[in-house]
Design a protein around this ligand. Sequence first.
Ligand SMILES: *[C@@H]1O[C@H](CO)[C@@H](O)[C@H](O)[C@H]1NC(C)=O
Ligand SMILES: *[C@@H]1O[C@H](CO)[C@@H](O)[C@H](O)[C@H]1NC(C)=O
Ligand SMILES: *[C@@H]1O[C@H](CO)[C@@H](O)[C@H](O)[C@H]1NC(C)=O
Ligand SMILES: *[C@@H]1O[C@H](CO)[C@@H](O)[C@H](O)[C@H]1NC(C)=O
Ligand SMILES: *[C@@H]1O[C@H](CO)[C@@H](O)[C@H](O)[C@H]1NC(C)=O
Ligand SMILES: *[C@@H]1O[C@H](CO)[C@@H](O)[C@H](O)[C@H]1NC(C)=O
Ligand SMILES: *[C@@H]1O[C@H](CO)[C@@H](O)[C@H](O)[C@H]1NC(C)=O
Ligand SMILES: *[C@@H]1O[C@H](CO)[C@@H](O)[C@H](O)[C@H]1NC(C)=O
Ligand SMILES: *[C@@H]1O[C@H](CO)[C@@H](O)[C@H](O)[C@H]1NC(C)=O
Ligand SMILES: *[C@@H]1O[C@H](CO)[C@@H](O)[C@H](O)[C@H]1NC(C)=O
Ligand SMILES: *[C@@H]1O[C@H](CO)[C@@H](O)[C@H](O)[C@H]1NC(C)=O
Length: 465
Amino acid sequence: MRRRPGSWDPLAWNGPWKGLLLAASVLGSCFQPAPGQTQTPVTIVLTPPSPVVGGNVSLAPQNPPQDFVLCSWYRSATAAETSRILTCFPHTPLVQQNGPAHTGLETAGPGCALHITGLTLNDTGNYTVQIQSPTSPGLGTVVLRVYGNEKSGSVSVGSGNVPGRESSEEPRQPCDADTVLWLRDGASLASSDRLVLSSDNRTLKVLNVTRGDAGAYQCEVGNPVSSIRSDNTLSVPCTEMLPRPTVTPNQTLVLENGTFTLRCNSSPSADTVLWLRDGASLVPSDRLVLSPDNRTLTVLGVTRDDAGAYQCEVRNPVSTKRSEPGTVTLAYGPESVRIDPPGPITLTLGSPLTLTCVADSIPAPSYRWGLNGTDTNQTGSSLTFNPMTLDHQGTYECRAHNPITNRTVSVCVTAGSINAPSSLMVSRIPLTPAIAETPTHPALGVGVTGSTGGPQAPPAPKGAG
Ligand SMILES: *[C@@H]1O[C@H](CO)[C@@H](O)[C@H](O)[C@H]1NC(C)=O
Ligand SMILES: *[C@@H]1O[C@H](CO)[C@@H](O)[C@H](O)[C@H]1NC(C)=O
Ligand SMILES: *[C@@H]1O[C@H](CO)[C@@H](O)[C@H](O)[C@H]1NC(C)=O
Ligand SMILES: *[C@@H]1O[C@H](CO)[C@@H](O)[C@H](O)[C@H]1NC(C)=O
Ligand SMILES: *[C@@H]1O[C@H](CO)[C@@H](O)[C@H](O)[C@H]1NC(C)=O
Ligand SMILES: *[C@@H]1O[C@H](CO)[C@@H](O)[C@H](O)[C@H]1NC(C)=O
Ligand SMILES: *[C@@H]1O[C@H](CO)[C@@H](O)[C@H](O)[C@H]1NC(C)=O
Ligand SMILES: *[C@@H]1O[C@H](CO)[C@@H](O)[C@H](O)[C@H]1NC(C)=O
Ligand SMILES: *[C@@H]1O[C@H](CO)[C@@H](O)[C@H](O)[C@H]1NC(C)=O
Ligand SMILES: *[C@@H]1O[C@H](CO)[C@@H](O)[C@H](O)[C@H]1NC(C)=O
Ligand SMILES: *[C@@H]1O[C@H](CO)[C@@H](O)[C@H](O)[C@H]1NC(C)=O
């Protein structure tokens, strides 16, 4: 079928050799090894050792017996007639009889050799020679490997699961390769504890990745006649497991309408930084401004909703880490300031009384108490006294001051005394509470007075209890 014009034509069956061939054939059969008779193993030498597609090869038995009568070549691992390529007889010129597996490209040569020309990859396979000789019959098989030219193919490094703690890269299967070598940044890699090659070298696994493993990976496949390096490289950046970031607000107590910033302190290898408040992700807006690297969040025109637990989340291809919350509290108040019990209060001589100032404020306010407009130097949230004289009646004032909002609110309660055996004066003032914009020093008996403003100017001291 593949017979080429001009190739060596075996002798015609009907030539003058016919009788000889028949005789040799019969003779040959006489030299079939008898049961138990050992056939000498025949070593077959390939020339060239690594034949390539399109080239020629010769398969020659090493040291063939001088007295061989015929030898047959088979395209298989056994001497099966269906796979017989040819049989030759050691005459001058050589006599070649083709078998069923002859393709037209095989010829016999001196010393029982087989020549094959115009090799294709299909010629790869087992070849067996059987030598018949009166003294030393032999049988040998060789594997012929026909190499493709790798330069006509292409090799590429697969993406593998890179980058990660463990990565592997798989080169695309080249049709025909004996060796696969790996290179990083052009230098060949030797396998080690951490660089694990699969048995065919086609998969490289990098364990316990370190910074030194970053680089451009290539593979090179080769056979004895050629080699080719992957035309792509796989860049493996060094990627670390991110440490947990931290969030630091520049102030933990913030003012309404004010501004504060939050900083996400994280490794530079985090390539995404996201923000959350109370576990919900934040979307940047006019009031929530991110720096270009997302690491600083600035909150403008603070409202009560901006208070909360802020977290940042950092990500890179191998890890995602979220910080502990950094809590920002809105400072406000004092609001709803009142004195308990509310006025007017009836004092009982000899019976101790405690006034408590209650305020809604963050942070907790400081308190000062005054009587009849005079500071008493008492600073707790409550004031306790034992009314023994008429001097204890009058207008009690609580000033609640928030140091962050710089806001002071003052309220008053009046106290008079009636329940004394000596019939002390009773409260003689209107009972309606009143709120004033500015601090007042009301007359005895004004119910409640509120005021806001700056720090108190301590009035002249006077005892209060
Ligand atoms: C292969 O053998 C043929 C015939 O013997 C010859 O013409 C050709 O040049 C040879 N090719 C090579 C590559 O050696
Ligand atoms: C190789 O063998 C396959 C199947 O046997 C056949 O399809 C193909 O055409 C052959 N190739 C050559 C170059 O002979
Ligand atoms: C050669 O023959 C052996 C045994 O039959 C077989 O295992 C092997 O695959 C064959 N090699 C080739 C290249 O066909
Ligand atoms: C596998 O790689 C090692 C180290 O680079 C090399 O020595 C060896 O020859 C390679 N083996 C194959 C089959 O490619
Ligand atoms: C990889 O790291 C683990 C844990 O750190 C260690 O147990 C293991 O021996 C390391 N393997 C190699 C090949 O260095
Ligand atoms: C915040 O701004 C709003 C509108 O400008 C204003 O009504 C409000 O009083 C301000 N609050 C404070 C605490 O300054
Ligand atoms: C926090 O940052 C904001 C905005 O930059 C600034 O206005 C404010 O004064 C800073 N607070 C402190 C305590 O530094
Ligand atoms: C910055 O934050 C925005 C909004 O959360 C997000 O869409 C973006 O991916 C982030 N960019 C970086 C580089 O972290
Ligand atoms: C406070 O005022 C009331 C009524 O004006 C008076 O009775 C009382 O003595 C005053 N107390 C002090 C300590 O000034
Ligand atoms: C607090 O307010 C008072 C009066 O309103 C002002 O004089 C003072 O400077 C303010 N202090 C601060 C720290 O803002
Ligand atoms: C309040 O304190 C100031 C300074 O500590 C002191 O001079 C004054 O006498 C005190 N007033 C009273 C009523 O105790």
